[in-house]
Ligand binder design. Structure first.
Ligand code: ISL
Length: 513
């Protein structure tokens, strides 16, 4: 399918490579990666055979949450370069046949955004209602029991207005008030601005957090037996509530439809991030199973700490078929928020190869996270090295997200070829044995395996877009069928280090016919 000469269904079953620009390639010698570095490395990304890149935020930001706190949606933070660099990045990606998806953080801004400066000035300015303001209770305490994911109450006192404002993340990330149509309009203008710049799509941060309950009702407690730690670490009391009122509100759907009316004519694709441990798959169906909202959504099922056993994969797909039959998920095992899966599941290289093949045989789209193709383990950092406020808050029971954000390792040059200066996060010695250059030279490397598995998906239309049926788990043996009108494939995976019947340890078979 195509709109204005652009292919519009590339995303369906496509493979998206996530780039965390701070840690990809530094070209200015300040220890922080930049957009010129991303542009320069585009041939490498293309050589993997992926369809698109997703670039984590590079907009102007005080970097309290490393770019997920935006103070100007239309400018590039000088740390990452200039708009010219961005234009270069887009053209170098397009020259290599890659689509570009950028990461829009619309649910909240930085407290340094001019909108917030105006909003907090007093109670009757034109933007007074652009954020979520509420009076204290008569005893001066917070309006309700909502919690911030990054620790403590979701409400922060502001002395100017003598009111509290809502923040689902840091207190320096105030939540925008989506109930106000002017806020929606302003954000849709941001979407249009980047479409006009030539991006091919968006990753929408915290897509289910846009709206809150207008009546600010308390969230009910969640009994211990129902608590899950797939989207927030077990030590986080955020898991003790049922998030009925602070997120995943029905009004969200109408906003997504408004946004979609801009995206569809431009042929742009969207991957939303749904963070909801109670209703994740239900929301997946609501957001992606009905056309005219978003094309695909990221779910957390394979990003959690729970081992990805055959039974678990089968169970997720069984529930999905039941409650999200029309949905289009986007699967990931690693990203910039979770412990790298090699360490999370304690995988050998052989096991990592099996999981890579499995991931690339699933129905849905796939997100790979930079360095996953090298099998980088989670970096062990000391408290002094930490940058992530989430880790600093919950240390040492939860060490935060820095361990998966350390720099890419390209070659045996200084700091793995990432930067000539001291990198913002250290490059672990163990990573230097796994550089791109070293793995290019080894035909058995994980890097070559990822290329092969991505190629396998590319070659088989059934893997990209076909049905997935007959899913069975028998001990560590997982099997399923992928089929479309051109081909039928049976996938058999031995997710163990033992020989099981005719399958060797960690062997994955893809049989045609
Ligand atoms: O919803 C959650 C817990 O129930 C979280 O897992 C949540 O979905 C996740 O933390 C959202 O992450 C995204 O937004 C954050 C940012 O720090 C992350 O890096 C980003 O991926 C705030 O913008």
């Amino acid at each position: 399918m195509s709109t204005n000469g652009k292919t519009t269904d590339w995303w369906k079953g496509g493979v998206i490579y996530q780039i965390y620009p701070r840690s990809f390639q530094d070209t200015t010698g300040d220890g922080v990666g930049d957009l010129a570095g991303v542009a320069q490395r585009m041939p490498y990304v293309a050589s993997l055979g992926v369809d698109a890149v997703w670039i984590s935020p590079f907009f102007t930001s005080p970097m309290k949450d490393y770019g997920y706190d935006v103070s100007n949606y239309r400018e590039i933070d000088p740390l990452f370069g200039t708009m010219d660099d961005f234009d270069w990045l887009i053209s170098s990606a397009h020259e290599q046949g890659l689509k570009v998806i950028i990461d829009l953080v619309l649910s909240h801004t930085s407290d340094k955004h001019p909108w917030f400066a105006e909003s907090r000035a007093n109670r009757d300015n034109p933007k007074a209602d652009w954020y979520v303001w509420a009076d204290p209770k008569p005893d001066g305490t917070v309006p309700n029991n909502w919690l911030s994911i990054f620790g403590g109450s979701a409400w922060q006192w502001d002395a100017r207005r003598e009111q509290y404002y809502l923040h689902n993340f840091l207190s320096s990330q105030p939540d925008l008030n989506f109930h106000n149509p002017a806020v929606q309009d302003a954000l849709l203008e941001v979407v249009q601005f980047w479409l006009d710049k030539g991006v091919d799509g968006f990753r929408l941060d915290t897509i289910n957090f846009y709206f809150h309950d207008k009546q600010l009702r308390d969230n009910p407690p969640l009994p211990p037996e129902l608590r899950k730690s797939d989207t927030a670490p077990a030590v986080n009391p955020y898991n003790h509530q049922s998030h009925r009122f602070d997120k995943s509100q029905p009004e969200n759907l109408a906003f997504l439809e408004r946004m979609s009316s801009l995206l569809l004519p431009a042929g742009a694709a969207v991957v939303g991030e749904i963070g909801d441990s109670e209703r994740g798959l239900e929301l997946l169906e609501e957001y992606t199973g009905v056309s005219g909202r978003v094309q695909m959504s990221y779910v957390f099922d394979f990003l959690s700490g729970e081992d990805l056993k055959a039974e678990r994969v089968a169970e997720v797909f069984r529930v999905m078929q039941e409650i999200a039959p029309n949905s289009w998920p986007c699967w990931a095992m690693s990203n910039h928020d979770v412990v790298r899966h090699i360490s999370r599941w304690n995988l050998s290289d052989q096991a990592a190869k099996a999981y890579a093949t499995l991931l690339l045989c699933l129905r849905g789209s796939v997100c790979l996270y930079q360095g996953e193709e090298l099998g980088l383990p989670e970096a062990e950092l000391s408290f002094e090295d930490l940058r992530d406020p989430y880790g600093i808050e919950f240390w040492p029971e939860f060490k935060g997200r820095d361990g998966c954000r350390t720099p890419m390792v390209w070659d045996m040059g200084v700091n793995g070829g990432f930067s000539t200066a001291k990198p913002w996060l250290p490059v672990p010695h163990t990573h230097l044995q796994r550089t791109v250059v070293a793995q290019e030279a080894d035909a058995q490397s994980l890097l070559h395996h990822y290329r092969w598995a991505i190629g396998l998906r590319r070659k088989h239309s059934a893997l990209r877009g076909g049905t997935m049926t007959d899913i069975r788990a028998d001990g560590p043996l997982l099997s399923f069928t992928r089929a479309d009108d051109q081909q039928t494939l049976r996938i058999r995976a031995n997710l163990s280090e033992d020989q099981i019947g005719d399958l060797g340890p960690w062997q994955v078979q893809v049989i045609e016919g």
